[in-house]
Design a protein around this ligand. Structure first.
Ligand code: ATP
Length: 280
């Protein structure tokens, strides 16, 4: 039987595309890493909405991996709201030469690249349109000399916009961790992030809940500041693991002002295990 032509989109439907040789030939948007980078595992840390503690989780996981001797990098893909350099007290400018851009290195040996390491000062805003921002994220992969890394953690901007799409299409992401908070809205928002990853065939390693409780400094009682957690049901509904629940801890907030290399986060052991168990 003659092959069906794919020259016009209208000649294709779901059935006719099955078994079509062109299907095997789908265009890859993946971008080559820098010639001096050898990265074993790329893990995205995502959230449906802003401020839920994605950078906190990214940096905590990086610290845990680095403390166990893994070679770790953080690609801060949150171009309009970068917080990783500040957390580790890093100040640019990052150095570049003909071979590429060199990441900066934290006190605990984590390589970091972020737009804030390239701006004239850390308060300069990035006033760029989506495609430019997405291009910068690709350059953080293609132009940065990461060297040999066991794990590159990508701190994504919140939501399911241009940058997460670019990262999922352009980088060989091995899995994502979703960060969320215990609010009513959570189920719908987590599902958006989950569905985006699923559509793009990216494995979801599980969900971390942040701001799960606060311990009253006077009476020691646990207070559910953002309401009761629904994360167990939400995760079970999607067949996902809960990789940790983190309290609001003023110590984390204090360390995030420059001393995060010293932060230890005992609430993410399960997430650490999921990363290392799935790692190459
Ligand atoms: N468990 C926690 N206890 C105390 N403070 C926290 C905790 N988690 C996050 N924070 C603080 O809350 C703020 C927001 O956290 P973070 O920057 O990690 O969120 P985010 O989801 O990455 O935000 P964005 O949407 O800007 O990317 C930061 O100031 C951080 O130090």
């Amino acid at each position: 039987m003659a092959e069906k032509s794919c020259s016009s989109a209208s000649s294709c439907d779901r059935e006719s595309c099955e078994g079509c040789p062109s299907k095997q030939n789908q265009q890859s948007f993946q971008v080559d890493a820098n010639a001096y980078s050898e990265i074993k595992n790329v893990i995205g840390v995502v959230s449906g909405k802003g401020g839920v503690g994605k950078s906190m989780v990214t940096a905590s996981l990086a610290n845990m991996l680095a403390a166990k001797g893994y070679r770790v990098g953080i690609l801060d893909a949150d171009i309009t709201g970068p917080s990783i350099p500040k957390m580790y007290g890093l100040r640019g400018p990052a150095v570049a030469d003909d071979e590429g851009i060199y990441p900066m290195i934290t006190e605990n040996d984590i390589k970091v690249i972020s737009i804030n390491l390239m701006m004239p000062d850390e308060e300069s805003p990035v006033i760029w349109r989506g495609p430019v921002i997405a291009g910068v994220v690709k350059q953080f992969w293609s132009d940065v000399i990461w060297g040999e890394l066991d794990y590159l953690l990508v701190d994504m901007p919140p939501g399911t916009g241009d940058v997460p799409l670019t990262v999922f299409q352009s980088l060989p992401v091995d899995g994502i961790v979703i960060v969320s908070s215990p609010q009513e809205l959570v189920q719908m928002i987590v599902k958006k992030a989950y569905n985006m990853a699923k559509t793009m065939n990216i494995p979801v390693l599980g969900i971390v809940e942040n701001y799960s409780w606060l311990v009253c400094p006077d009476c020691g009682k646990k207070i559910s500041v953002f309401g009761e957690s629904h994360i167990d049901e939400v995760a079970a509904g999607m067949g996902l693991k809960v990789l940790g629940k983190m309290p609001i801890d003023p110590q984390f907030a204090a360390l995030a002002d420059g001393g995060f290399a010293k932060a230890q986060n005992p609430y993410l052991e399960e997430a650490y295990r999921a990363l290392t168990a799935s790692g190459k």
